[in-house]
Design a protein around this ligand. Structure first.
Ligand SMILES: NC(=O)c1ccc[n+]([C@@H]2O[C@H](COP(=O)([O-])OP(=O)(O)OC[C@H]3O[C@@H](n4cnc5c(N)ncnc54)[C@H](OP(=O)(O)O)[C@@H]3O)[C@@H](O)[C@H]2O)c1
Length: 324
């Protein structure tokens, strides 16, 4: 038996319970992993509340790093003793040990320690697919990135800056503004006190931006469309403030024949080749120092409920790691 954070019903952070669970042996195509660090992500709160239904009881968590303890039949991409990390379905990372599909495991290079990996795999590969695949930025562009001081935000800001992009970043407090500035955001916009549509128009001399990366959802979605230049793309990739209202198709033409996409990382890393390319791109920017992974909060894994409370109260910045 090992300890895990498990839920038996959807609800608030109080449903996250520290329990003993059976891990079992890995089946075909699976590995057993002993976690050394686990990542906290906003998507974990959607699974906890039931915004995305799961069979109960369920162990949450989609990002972790650790050591391979055992292999199921047919596993060839990793070996017992390898240091690995992952960011994908199925959930189960909030545990001292777990059995999981081998295909989602990535071997860690020596230069990336376990806590950095647990802080970076999901949020960093998300930044990678957003800015390098979904809407591929070019040097000289100016883009809008919401929640720039958050987990995905701090990584994406640094990476965009490294690629020669001018970043307009929204934040919820002056402290977060300072942090975002120190991580590559050129123009900080406080969206609680300023009208971000007007600020984007000012900064871009009325041209708008070719892309908005919006992980905030409900509170920003409609206005994000108004920040785009003609033929621009709204990448709505998360719902930290709730799910956006339904899209009126006519708005796409009203705002300049714009495009809207609602992507998921897991579709961009669905094949071994795509996963390796995405992870290697991330490891390269970490190794070069272009992107620094900021672990601004750590909690004992058994205190995951408190981590959820703080994440949802907008008290966290950068990445949060849970320690088994
Ligand atoms: N589609 C994908 O594949 C994918 C993958 C990873 C993450 N995501 C999404 O990316 C977003 C960021 O994820 P993360 O884990 O890095 O979280 P995070 O950005 O560290 O935390 C969410 C941030 O959103 C902002 N926010 C604005 N309104 C909020 C509200 N009403 N309640 C709570 N927060 C609010 C807060 O920053 P301020 O205080 O500065 O406003 C908060 O810190 C999430 O929406 C997540 O679901 C999507």
């Amino acid at each position: 038996m090992v300890h895990a954070i498990r839920i038996h019903a959807n609800g608030g952070p109080e449903v996250l319970e520290w329990e003993e669970v059976e891990v079992g042996d890995p089946g075909e195509g699976e590995i057993r992993v002993r976690h050394t660090a686990v990542g906290l992500n906003y998507i974990d709160t959607y699974l906890r509340t039931g915004a995305r239904p799961l069979p109960m009881p369920a162990v949450l968590g989609m990002e972790g790093a650790g050591v391979v303890e055992a292999l199921g039949a047919g596993v060839t991409n990793v070996a017992v003793g390898d240091r690995i990390a992952y960011a994908d379905m199925p959930p189960g990372a909030y545990a001292e040990e777990r059995v999981m599909p081998a295909r989602i495991a990535v071997k860690l290079p020596d230069g990336v320690d376990d806590q950095t990996a647990a802080a970076a795999m999901l949020k960093g590969m998300t930044a990678q697919f957003l800015i390098r695949q979904c809407f591929r930025v070019e040097p000289g562009m100016t883009v809008l990135l919401h929640a720039a001081a958050g987990g995905v935000g701090l990584i994406a800001s640094q990476w965009l800056n490294h690629l020669g992009v001018t970043v307009i970043g929204t934040v919820g407090s002056p402290e977060k503004g300072e942090l975002a500035k120190a991580h590559g955001v050129h123009h900080v916009v406080s969206y609680n006190t300023e009208n971000f549509v007007e600020r984007v128009q000012e900064i871009t001399d009325g041209a708008g931006v070719p892309v908005v990366y919006d992980g905030v959802g409900k509170d920003t979605f409609m206005d994000s469309m108004k920040c785009l230049s003609p033929l621009g793309m709204l990448v709505t990739f998360g719902n930290a403030s709730g799910a956006p209202d339904p899209l009126v198709l006519g708005d796409l033409s009203t705002y300049g024949s714009i495009f809207v996409t609602r992507p998921m990382l897991f579709h961009y890393t669905a094949t071994p080749e795509a996963l390796a390319a995405c992870a290697n791109d991330l490891f390269d920017v970490i190794a070069s120092g272009a992107v620094k992974i900021e672990i601004n909060q750590t909690y004992a894994l058994k205190d995951t409920a408190q981590a959820h409370i703080d994440l949802e109260a907008r008290k966290t910045t950068g990445s949060t790691v849970l320690l088994p």
